[in-house]
Design a protein around this ligand. Structure first.
Ligand SMILES: Nc1nc2c(ncn2[C@@H]2O[C@H](COP(=O)(O)OP(=O)(O)OP(=O)(O)O)[C@@H](O)[C@H]2O)c(=O)[nH]1
Ligand SMILES: [Mg+2]
Length: 295
């Protein structure tokens, strides 16, 4: 599936990051626990310039807990530290705070608070995470990408200042698989992709990797065969009908995508450690054919 978005907006977000980086001691890179590979921004490394980066996996409540702990171990080798949280409930935030407190000031003996910039793909939970760290709702959040438009500094009572930033996507997503992963978790605007196409790819993923989850959720005896027929069957069972009584495939697609996003099909991690390549760049370059099987 192809994704088109607004390069102007993203260029602006990138400039904002670059301009403010000199003000901060470290960066928090927020990743989606269900797609840690695909939510990693290949540009960020170049932008960050030798500052410590802490990887935070949000939506750990929606991901497979075992896969998340394997990810934390793997990411800890690559980042200053890594932690998993539920940025809605606050689970894991206390541990994250203790990690943040170990980050050194860039200027020693400086009396100012430690300053952190929070970056990541759109809709991944950056603002929610900041609110949980602060213990109050100070940053605006919302269930769609592009909610945070500019930077916002927020101060924690202790000794921490956090900068919220708009979501960042890189200009060229060469891998269809990565485009699928980003659309599946809601990092790109709904208008930008075809919901039926996304649902069909998601259905194919479930057929291959988690057929039981499909069977249980929609009470189906068999889930194999053409993905389109499966989506139709889901639509039939869930009453997604058009006025003429026919199955409304787009409605079925939206329902199915929503079920996945809210983990009603179970807690699943779409990308496992070591599955795609040792580093994300390799993954981005090698996987541009679009012919690769889904994870
Ligand atoms: N289940 C679950 N939902 C989360 C979590 N973190 C964030 N969300 C939800 O994800 C949506 C996006 O959260 P935001 O904090 O606005 O995300 P953001 O990264 O600031 O988004 P932009 O500013 O649009 O780039 C909201 O509906 C949150 O409730 C999490 O850990 N678990
Ligand atoms: Mg935000």
């Amino acid at each position: 599936m192809d994704i088109q978005w607004y390069p102007g907006q993203m260029a602006k977000a990138k400039r904002l990051l670059r301009e403010n980086l000199k003000l901060v001691d470290a960066v928090i890179e927020v990743l989606d626990a269900r797609i840690p590979y695909s939510s990693r921004n290949p540009d960020i490394r170049d932008l960050i310039e030798r500052r410590p980066v802490v990887a935070v996996l949000t939506r750990a409540d929606l991901a497979d807990p075992e896969a998340t702990s394997v990810w934390i171990q793997a990411l800890s080798k690559d980042y200053f530290a890594a932690a998993a949280v539920n940025a809605n409930s606050g689970m894991g935030v206390k541990k994250l705070l203790s990690i943040l407190n170990k980050i050194p000031q860039r200027r020693q003996r400086s009396r100012r608070p430690l300053r952190l910039m929070v970056v990541g793909i759109p809709n991944v939970g950056k603002s929610s995470l900041i609110n949980r760290l602060l213990g109050r709702s100070a940053a605006i959040t919302g269930d769609k990408p592009g909610v945070t438009k500019g930077k916002q500094w927020l101060r924690l009572a202790g000794n921490l200042e956090l900068m919220d930033t708009p979501g960042l996507l890189w200009p060229k997503i060469s891998s269809k698989r990565q485009a699928f992963a980003l659309a599946a978790v809601g990092a790109v605007k709904d208008e930008i992709y075809d919901p039926v196409e996304l649902a069909l790819e998601l259905a194919a993923y479930f057929q291959a990797s988690a057929p039981k989850n499909l069977q249980q959720r929609y009470k189906l005896s068999s889930v194999q065969g053409e993905a389109r027929l499966l989506l139709e069957e889901i639509g039939r069972r869930r009453g997604c009908l058009s006025k003429g009584g026919e199955i409304d495939l787009e409605q079925a697609a939206r329902l199915f995508i929503k079920d996945f996003r809210e983990a009603r099909l179970g807690r699943l991690t779409l990308e496992q450690v070591g599955e795609i390549g040792e580093n994300n760049e390799q993954f981005c370059e090698n996987d541009g054919s679009g012919n690769q099987p889904l994870p």
